[in-house]
Design a protein around this ligand. Sequence first.
Ligand code: PMP
Ligand code: GLN
Length: 383
Amino acid sequence: LLDPAGRLAPTIFAEMSALATSTSSINLGQGFPDEDGPVEVLEAAKKAITDGVNQYPPGRGMPILLEAVATHQERFYGLRPDPGSEVLVTAGATEALAATLLALVDAGDEVVTLEPFYDSYGAVIGLARGEHRTVALRGPDFAVDHDELRRAITDRTRVILLNDPHNPTGTVLSPETKALIVELAEQHDAVIVSDEVYEHLLFDGRAHTPIATLPGAGSRTVTISSGGKTFSTTGWKIGWLTAPAELVTQILAVKQFLTFVNGAPFQPAIAVGLGLPDSYFQGIAATLQQKRDLLSAGLTAAGFEVSHPAGSYFVVADAAPLGFDDAVDLCRRLPELAGVVGVPISAFCHPDLAAELSSRVRFAFCKRIEVLEQASAQLAALR
Ligand code: PMP
Ligand code: GLN
């Protein structure tokens, strides 16, 4: 994450999206949808602007959204966080992650994450001067090795930072893995921070189970999510977290100096989204599953070996069968070879696992069907 001068380097997403723009390639690198989300949500934001909801809202978030987050948690998971003390609105999941880690991690504290890991995790653990330990997810199914998990979590562990469903592998944690994580967190008195931004994007009939629903977990878990993925509003940056009141108080103390408050007119709009009927949530998962299958078939036909993601909007494609061992090099050349942009999995890894997964590329399938068809046709040129 650091450049040769020891400064934080630009993220892989900025680099790859700039490459897509400058080469007019199809951007399957940065994960964002190329279509607008539900019209009710968009209209609610427009109405809020015209109605004058344009000044600083409360720091915790607007009551209508705090209530909607709590009601959504109850409706889907049977959880009932107190809207006034156990919910916090943030500038996307990104700020929720940053404020939580900066609040909880002191210099030298260990934070355990899965690896590959979303790039902001490594950066923010570094900003908090924490020590980053990881548990590798290895192909082809990218499951958690329980022995490795037991070795990684010790009395030095302050936070166990999960991502379920997982970016970039698409893995969904098994009930056994989640139960073991709760057991280890209790044993070593660690806080669980669970990034669940893809909570509604699960496939093949799966339903999401937040780790906070497991016995013993609720009192030590911070659950993070975001409107960006669920309502295709990644540019609005409205996220939230739910946690016991005393943790929310500590996190709010940091959050007030990061952004203070967040996008007023977008908050009632995301509240409308969270209240949409079940059919909306089922519909987005079903549509994305179709897109997963379409792009996976295209990548397979092009000669990649593809993973079978259970959730998220990413598929991992191994370019080794095509003779490419270095996905960083391949991703830089992919615009000229096929007019497509992807992201090397190594961007989500420390050096050892990066070397092991060096031929893997992450492709995002949250794009229109015709775009995925066009990308598949162009990728066929790699054969
Ligand atoms: N966590 C994960 C795992 C993500 O994939 C993303 C989106 N890139 C984020 C957090 C950030 O979410 P937001 O855009 O809401 O800040
Ligand atoms: N979550 C998206 C991804 O993983 C966007 C990341 C970003 O732009 N920071 O691609």
